[in-house]
Design a protein around this ligand. Structure first.
Ligand code: SAH
Ligand code: SF4
Ligand code: F3S
Length: 511
């Protein structure tokens, strides 16, 4: 399929005719608009893989004398999409800038996961209005997960006419064409595909760092947890072919990267969509660990698909890190059922038992939602007791936020906000207590730290992360940046460790 056919296909698949009518009262050029109905669909059609991305000849000088600025919200997936868009901007001849005032194009790469994530973006759009008034030629774009929501696009049309273009997560490879439309058009340009596109392998990437890199292994999510917007904003699960991933990791190793993180919303479902081979995350990790790169991580794991083969492979250690982020969301089987997480408290604890048996020194972290619709005190207590039982080192904790279009948003909810806030506070107290305890154990120990650079607050101090992803601040020479060094910990804080470098070491041996 070529670019034109692909676009025609997308347009045929989406309800743009209806949307164009709806949007007719606005000053807008709707190429394709988001549709929640289409985003819910999961088609049987096979994923098409492409290696045919090119910058059309006529756009090659587009960025000459112009600067771009991208602000990223949300998860690593979005951070990585920003790296791809930065790559496209550079290929178009734009220069990067880290000051909005100097930019000719500003993109907000947005996150839709909770209401407060969205409010941050609306706030920023408000701030940028003044800049847009001062510089009418400035192009202001909204992309990422919020663009995929019908309600957000409507709100932008109504209230934020300073926006020049809106495009979604499935068509970032169309950035050159969208920019071109926005330069030519006096109207707001909207091109959001509601159904996932294919996998395009050869997009340019301008990675932000030279030490750690993200590598997508799959896109989308088919889990449809009842509270979550991601399956609608990121489309169906599509795995990249193993040979493409392995080649990318080899290439990163050859460039001197020290750590890679394999990315997906539900990495444990990797490979389930392959029709010709039986190949899962365990198989992929088993191959990647043989590549000469000191550290390999992955995120995010869904407990339901975490299989024994993966545990077996992770237990081989070496460059596979001894830290697993394993979101539980709730400790109550009843709540888990309403969330459609598809595991019980007991099944989760059994998985934890297996992981701890195979990798005795493993560090587990998690995500938890409190105040789910109608969550009782007893159900919340079960979350606290599970937290202690697993003895997590850290958790990201959230108050449930209703997301329009998801099943949970339609549920009646008898839990007052005050109660939800109290529960969050109680949970956070426990999280802090266990984190501080876990950190205390490091005092006097020597840990291996991959040095990222100078500490944010003090340029005389270096900062980096241990194998278990603990932040360490320490005194050491600047030459240590980018290397793995040994640090003796002399002080533990709740969220970080302080220490002194004792020696520089060779990367972990690959078994
Ligand atoms: N794919 C990952 C999670 C991605 S979103 C997984 O399944 O684990 C990151 C976290 O945000 C989730 O784990 C969940 O704890 C939280 N989250 C997602 N939707 C939410 C909502 N509507 N309200 C509050 N928290 C939410
Ligand atoms: Fe959302 Fe659930 Fe998919 Fe995670 S697994 S992205 S929480 S639907
Ligand atoms: Fe947010 Fe989208 Fe990631 S909703 S968490 S940026 S997948």
């Amino acid at each position: 399929m070529n670019e034109k056919q692909r676009l025609d296909n997308q347009q045929a698949n989406s309800s743009d005719k209806k949307s164009a009518k709806d949007y007719s009262k606005y000053f807008t050029q709707v190429i394709t608009a988001p549709s929640l109905k289409d985003a819910k669909k999961r088609g049987k059609e096979e994923v098409q893989y492409h290696n045919d991305f090119t910058i059309p000849e006529e756009f090659k000088g587009m960025g000459e004398g112009r600067k771009f600025y991208i602000r990223t919200y949300g998860c690593q997936m979005n951070e990585h999409d920003t790296e791809v868009m930065a790559g496209i901007f550079l290929a178009l001849g734009y220069e990067p800038t880290d000051r909005t005032e100097d930019a000719n194009v500003i993109l907000l790469n947005t996150c839709a996961i909770r209401e407060n994530a969205e409010n941050k973006v609306f706030g920023e759009l408000g701030h940028l209005k003044a800049l847009k008034m001062e510089k009418p030629d400035l192009l202001l774009g909204v992309c990422g997960c919020m663009s995929q929501e019908e309600s957000v696009v409507n709100k932008i049309l109504k209230t934020y006419q300073q926006v020049d273009m809106i495009f979604g997560t499935h068509n970032i490879h169309r950035l050159p064409q969208i920019l071109n439309e926005a330069y030519l058009s006096k109207e707001m340009v909207i091109e959001v595909w509601s159904k996932e596109g294919d996998v395009i392998e050869n997009l340019p990437k301008e990675r932000r760092g030279k030490i750690k890199a993200w590598v997508n292994i799959m896109y989308g999510c088919d889990k449809f947890c009842t509270y979550c917007i991601v399956p609608y904003t990121r489309g169906k699960e599509r795995s990249r072919r193993p040979e493409e991933i392995i080649q990318e990791v080899r290439h990163l190793a050859a460039q001197g990267y020290k750590e890679i993180t394999l990315l997906g919303q539900n990495v444990n479902a990797y490979g389930k969509d392959f029709e010709d081979i039986k190949y899962g995350l365990g198989d992929l990790m088993d191959e990647i660990r043989k590549i000469d790169i000191p550290r390999i991580r992955f995120t995010t794991s869904h407990p339901r698909d975490f299989d024994d083969h993966l545990i077996e492979v992770l237990a081989k250690g070496g460059n596979l890190m001894d830290h697993i982020h394993l979101p539980v969301q709730s400790g109550s089987t009843e709540v888990l059922k309403i969330m459609a997480r598809k595991y019980t408290r007991e099944q989760y604890l059994e998985l934890v038992r297996k992981i701890k048996a195979a990798i005795p020194n493993v560090s587990l972290t998690t995500d938890i939602i409190v105040g789910y619709p109608n969550e009782t005190d007893e159900q919340f207590e079960e979350t606290l007791s599970l937290y202690r039982e697993v003895s997590y080192e850290i958790a990201y904790t959230f108050i449930y936020s209703p997301r329009e279009g998801t099943p949970a948003a339609k549920m009646e909810d008898n839990v007052p906000m005050e109660v939800k806030k109290e529960r969050l506070q109680r949970l956070n107290n426990l999280v802090n207590e266990l984190s501080a305890e876990a950190m205390k154990k490091y005092e006097g120990q020597i840990v291996e730290v991959l040095v990222d650079g100078e500490s944010k607050n003090n340029p005389d101090v270096l900062a980096g992360y241990t194998t278990k992803n603990k932040l360490v601040n320490f005194k050491g020479p600047k030459t240590a940046i980018g290397n793995i060094v040994k640090v003796k910990i002399n002080e533990a804080k709740t969220w970080s460790l302080n220490g002194e470098m004792v020696e520089e070491i060779e990367p972990a041996e690959v078994k």
